[in-house]
Design a protein around this ligand. Structure first.
Ligand SMILES: NC(=O)c1ccc[n+]([C@@H]2O[C@H](COP(=O)([O-])OP(=O)(O)OC[C@H]3O[C@@H](n4cnc5c(N)ncnc54)[C@H](OP(=O)(O)O)[C@@H]3O)[C@@H](O)[C@H]2O)c1
Length: 259
């Protein structure tokens, strides 16, 4: 287990799914964790794991600026994300298509700007949550059809990856010493609300169960707890201090993607 005692960490979307898994893992490693989510009742599990909780919207610049300013975190994890439309493109309204942009990308921009403009302390790290979907059309093993119900998700998650590079450029130009990195879960994680919703939609089309779909596509099931543990490893092990993007797959070491 990594020793993260003395580290202050803020996690957006920390009330469930991957965010909660990171809250639990980093708190267990001794970090002082603050979890942000809109629904106060859903933050109970993060509170039980030892986190301080804030009910609020991660796309709210006033909130994020003040939380970063007051808490002066060593690590800011921009994980908050919306659900996918799970409809074919001929049935998506613009509102449904752009939901991920208005949540994930907006919260990413707001969080990155809070980190750069407060600014966070030197040596601070910002982890931006992307997705393996961001690599579709760039790597042959992800068939585009397997993501066809996702609306604007793919471009949004690629955009967040690119935004981390832009933020690193600003950090270097302003000599801020803040490093932006990208988390890339490389498969659907059916133990989360978002992952289950997506896997269930494709499974229904194929007439199989969610678990069968995940095993057919990826070989095995990736658990949220593995991501929580590997993010703790990423933060605690200096080998992962300088790269930009790291991937996560079931039963695999952390994958350097963009270093
Ligand atoms: N699950 C997967 O298979 C998978 C794969 C690759 C990448 N990801 C990415 O990983 C991240 C987490 O996904 P997940 O599966 O854990 O999702 P999830 O179970 O649906 O949880 C989403 C979390 O984000 C919070 N949230 C949503 N909008 C928010 C906002 N505007 N402000 C603050 N918090 C907000 C939710 O709480 P409230 O609703 O109470 O605000 C909740 O805590 C997302 O960015 C997702 O795109 C997931």
């Amino acid at each position: 287990m990594q020793n993260l005692s003395g580290k202050r960490v803020i996690i957006t979307g920390g009330s469930q799914g991957l965010g909660l898994a990171m809250v639990e893992s980093l708190a267990a490693c001794g970090a002082s964790v603050t979890a942000i989510g809109r629904d106060r009742a859903k933050l109970y599990a993060a509170e039980q794991a030892g986190a301080t909780v804030i009910a609020g919207d991660a796309t709210d610049a006033t909130l994020m600026n003040s939380v970063v300013h007051e808490e002066m975190p060593d690590v800011l994890i921009l994980n908050a994300g919306a659900r996918l439309p799970m409809k074919p493109i001929d049935h998506q309204s613009w509102e449904e298509f752009s939901t991920i942009w208005n949540t994930d990308v907006k919260a990413g921009l707001v969080g990155i700007q809070a980190a750069l403009n407060t600014p966070m302390k030197r040596g601070g790290r910002v982890l931006v949550m992307s997705s393996g979907a961001a690599m579709v059309l760039a790597v042959p093993y992800i068939a585009p059809e397997t993501l066809r119900l996702s609306g604007g998700y793919i471009g949004a998650k690629r955009m967040l990856w690119f935004m981390a590079h832009s933020a690193n450029a600003v950090s270097r130009e302003r000599d801020l010493g803040i490093h932006f990195q990208v988390l890339v879960p490389c498969q659907l994680i059916s133990g989360t609300a978002l992952g289950h919703q997506a896997a269930a939609a494709y499974a229904a089309i194929e007439g199989i169960t969610v678990d069968e779909l995940v095993v057919r596509r990826y070989g095995s099931i990736l658990r949220p707890a593995q991501i929580g543990e590997q993010v703790a490893e990423l933060l605690g092990d200096p080998r992962y201090g300088n790269g930009v993007a790291y991937g996560f797959r079931h039963e695999s070491d952390i994958l350097p993607l963009d270093v």
